[in-house]
Design a protein around this ligand. Structure first.
Ligand SMILES: Cc1cc2nc3c(=O)[nH]c(=O)nc-3n(C[C@H](O)[C@H](O)[C@H](O)COP(=O)(O)OP(=O)(O)OC[C@H]3O[C@@H](n4cnc5c(N)ncnc54)[C@H](O)[C@@H]3O)c2cc1C
Length: 362
């Protein structure tokens, strides 16, 4: 099967490419009690949507899973985030708050130490974080402290110990059975676990909020890495990882100046801006906009690609997009083999025309 045919099969949610009868015959060994700790990220007094996807993933482990959210930091926004977490979904039974200046920033060393401490007290069967920079930074280190082998980038959960994850740059799916004992530690792709909806009923069933006892917290763990600063684009555009519409530009844009055509279109559509690695490497846009195997994974309702060839490493990041639209002047560009709508045309003609015809965003 060619890489593109594989992409199409995976996009259509084919059953895992690698799954063995050996696996299914061992599914029976389910732990008696499932309890999950979610390592959650918060911002401006609210839980980030990627961490809510981790709650959705925990819900898929088993019915009756007891889910605790672990939050850390300092200051009033932490307390607000704790209240938000407690009321966001009925699946959450407990919110654990580690309130200390040592955890103000999401550094791997103190966070891993915290996870170790909380696991020793709570004895969770599973620990989950989203596959964001936060989760990818913290969970492997925490797993090393707990002497466990983490399973990363999970896209589907078939049982408490049976997980599906992509391999070979997303060209195949692999089913993995975990046999390492508690806790089973996972990072999940948030695009594969839609954010659970918030009902008003759940607000009246708020989860309990407890402070983590930090008297035995190893403060010596703090110090190997140092938080310098957070730099983020000052923009009102939606977050690339959660946007409903993504407009992406490739190398064909030729310059940062020309790339503004993509940004203007995104503005009119209320979309996030994405870029190929070639566009990032050429300096048109910052690295954080890269979509693909080594960039962000996106799953919008509409993905628009302008001057993007459709390299397999780029396609690895857009597999879960519902509708893909491509504009490329080469009719043989691989992107057309995965696009739902394709236009063989020069983007420097198409983009100005689109911008002229679309109304201004109110
Ligand atoms: C380990 C590894 C990881 C990688 N990770 C990523 C990743 O995460 N994301 C990623 O994107 N890439 C990644 N790459 C790079 C990837 O292989 C491609 O090189 C890259 O995606 C190509 O970007 P592009 O489509 O913008 O450029 P090109 O491949 O140069 O394609 C440009 C396209 O624009 C078209 N075009 C040119 N002029 C016009 C015009 N005027 N109007 C319309 N169309 C036009 C051309 O026909 C062509 O198809 C990775 C590579 C490696 C080896």
């Amino acid at each position: 099967m060619s890489a593109l045919a594989m992409f199409r099969a995976l996009r259509n949610r084919a059953s895992p490419v690698f799954s063995s009868p050996y696996l299914s015959s061992h599914v029976a060994s389910i732990p008696k009690f499932i309890s999950t700790l979610i390592l959650a990220e918060h911002e401006d007094g609210a839980i980030k949507p990627s961490s809510l996807s981790a709650v959705a993933a925990a819900g898929a482990l088993s019915e009756g899973n007891s889910i605790s959210i672990l939050l850390a930091g300092a200051g009033p926004s932490l307390e607000e985030a704790a209240s938000h977490a407690a009321s966001i979904h009925p699946l959450i039974s407990q919110v654990l708050v580690a309130n200390t200046d040592k955890l103000r920033y999401p550094l791997a060393e103190p966070w891993a130490e915290l996870v170790h401490l909380v696991q020793q007290k709570g004895g969770y069967s599973h620990i989950i974080a989203a596959s964001s920079s936060f989760g990818k930074n913290i969970l492997p280190r925490a797993a090393a402290l707990l002497d466990k082998s983490p399973i990363t980038d999970v896209t589907d959960i078939s049982g408490p110990q049976l997980f599906v994850r992509p391999i070979y740059a997303g060209n195949a799916l692999c089913t993995v059975r975990y046999t390492g004992g508690d806790p089973c530690m996972l990072t999940i792709r948030s695009t594969s676990f839609p954010v659970p909806s918030v009902s008003d009923d759940s607000k009246s069933n708020a989860a309990t909020i407890s402070q983590v006892d930090l008297s035995t917290f190893n403060e010596d763990a703090v110090g190997k890495s140092r938080y310098v600063k957070l730099t983020s684009q000052d923009t009102e555009r939606p977050d690339l990882g959660n946007a409903r519409i993504v407009v992406t530009g490739g190398r064909a844009l030729k310059s940062a100046e020309n790339f503004k055509l993509i940004e203007k279109l995104a503005e009119k559509l209320g979309a996030a801006v994405g870029a190929t690695r070639a566009a990032v490497d050429s300096g048109f846009v910052p690295n954080e906009l890269q979509v693909g195997q080594t960039g962000k994974i996106v799953a919008p309702d509409l993905y628009m690609a302008f001057g993007v060839s459709g390299a397999i490493q780029h396609l690895a990041g857009i597999r879960d997009s519902k509708v893909i639209v491509a504009v490329n002047k080469d009719a043989d560009a691989p992107i057309f083999q995965v696009a739902d709508y394709g236009l063989v045309a020069d983007l420097f003609e198409v983009l100005p025309e689109l911008l002229e015809k679309l109304p201004e965003k109110k």
